[in-house]
Design a protein around this ligand. Structure first.
Ligand code: C5P
Length: 315
């Protein structure tokens, strides 16, 4: 997760709220309260696929949204409210919670399986914890409280990746050995309601994610082979029933030369992995020409991770 810039008192702090991608998502059971137990490998996008949050001291609490996807929030109150709900939750844990003006620059489509609203809430918590000196309230030992109070995807977005995520989203274990991943994110502009995808699941007691090879992966091809052979997104099948356009997106990613293509989260956004950044960018351009109605972004997943050979990434 990028560092928050150091700013003088009173100035605005900013942070990225990057897209969250589930490289795999296994549903392994269900809790008594109906929430599903998951086993997932989660990575985050670079600044090409991210919302942005700014916070500044203010005379009274303010929240404003702008950016190309701002209109999506008008039709999805739950996503918009996550920022202010996160603010109010952290304030309730803090002694020095002065009023703030929060600005959300919305670039990620809502209800799209890449954690947009959760990413916004996560970035809001990081920024306000810094401003209010309330870091202890969002520490690693607070993941369960954050998930229960605000949403199952939010603790992982506070933490940043790469992560193995279990429980309903509160068990977070950093993952070593994953390379930076040139990727293409594609959404067919059909929203999927997460509860609908979970409700349509046929099988809820599935196998967990297998152990990763000792020493990690030699290159992206090795990771893509391992993901394809032994891991899944168990929500893909129910989401594809709800939104058949997901199949079109997966087909387009495979035709564009992706090493592998899969849906993220509860959909409908899918990702394709590429050997180089240039391949991902070229594929994005070609696909955008053919499907101007789709949301398409080339990015690097897990970009903070040192890359063994930057030249291989087309950098
Ligand atoms: O926690 P969050 O608000 O993100 O979850 C939205 C809905 O998705 C839940 O009400 C539940 O129906 C479903 N869900 C689930 N198991 C999870 C995460 C979400 O069943 N681990």
């Amino acid at each position: 997760m990028p560092e928050i810039p150091v700013s003088p008192p009173g100035a605005s702090l900013e942070d990225l709220a990057p897209a969250k991608i589930n490289l795999c998502l296994h549903v392994t059971g269900r809790r008594a309260d109906g929430y599903h137990l998951l086993d997932s490998l989660v990575v985050f996008a670079d600044s090409d696929a991210a919302d942005r949050i700014a916070v500044a001291p203010s005379d009274t609490d303010r929240f404003c949204v702008n950016g190309p996807e701002a209109s999506g929030l008008e039709s999805d109150n739950s996503a918009g409210n996550l920022v202010t709900t996160a603010r109010d939750w952290l304030r309730a844990q803090s002694d020095t919670a002065s009023p703030v003006a929060l600005t959300l620059d919305k670039n990620l489509p809502v209800a799209s399986g890449i954690g947009g609203g959760s990413a916004d809430a996560g970035a809001t918590l990081r920024l306000l914890a810094r401003l209010w000196s309330a870091e202890a309230a969002i520490g690693a030992d607070r993941s369960e409280a954050i998930c229960n109070a605000l949403g199952a995807d939010i603790a992982m977005c506070v933490h940043g990746g790469p992560l193995r995520v279990r429980g309903i989203g509160e068990r977070l274990d950093p993952v070593a050995g994953l390379p930076a991943l040139p990727a293409l994110l594609v959404n067919p502009r059909v929203a999927v309601a997460t509860p609908s995808a979970f409700a349509a699941l046929q099988d809820r007691d599935n196998t967990p994610v297998p152990a990763m090879p000792d020493g990690g992966f030699a290159d992206i091809g090795a990771l893509a082979d391992w993901l394809s052979a032994g891991t899944r997104n168990d929500l893909a099948s129910p989401a594809r029933q709800l939104v058949p356009a997901i199949d079109d997106v997966l087909g387009a990613l495979r035709s564009s030369g992706a090493l592998m293509a899969r849906m993220s989260g509860s959909g409908a956004t899918c990702f394709g992995l590429f050997t180089t950044r240039k391949q991902a960018v070229d594929a994005a351009e070609t696909m955008a020409g053919a499907r101007p109605d789709w949301w398409i972004r080339a990015t690097i997943l897990n970009a903070d991770t040192p890359v063994r050979n930057r030249a291989e990434q087309g950098e």
